[in-house]
Design a protein around this ligand. Sequence first.
Ligand code: FES
Length: 153
Amino acid sequence: MQGNATTSPPPDAGRRTLVSWLLGGGVAASLASFFYPVARFLDPPQVAEVSVNEVAAGKVQDLKPNSGKIVKFGNKPALLVRVNDTEWKAFSAVCTHLNCTVQYQEARREIWCACHNGTYDLQGRVASGPPPKPLEELAVKVRGDEVVISKRV
Ligand code: FES
């Protein structure tokens, strides 16, 4: 019979502790690398609404008559249309149906949304398709050779 009840740890106990610690850390890192993107997806950071009243949309000579282009208006797209030599139009390029970006169709002289084939006339009014309301119209000014788009007041 042994009188001494205390036992000394096996000689490889320290190595087992280290391996357990490393494995535990690896599992924790793996879980974090999996759940962090999921958490970011479920709770995305707030994107600040960039509010602008006016943007320079380019040079007059850069857009030929009966053509259009998309420009950034804050953090949203705007559609600038040069109707003819002297007439310009601008609208929010966000379709009022499901927020796709609209584009100008030169051949048909209309604004078209490719997502569900919605169309608008050059006043921004719905011509056909599912959009429920007109495009928001923006003001266009030509200052020298610069085209400026602004919110309508
Ligand atoms: S999103 Fe434009 S027609 Fe549907």
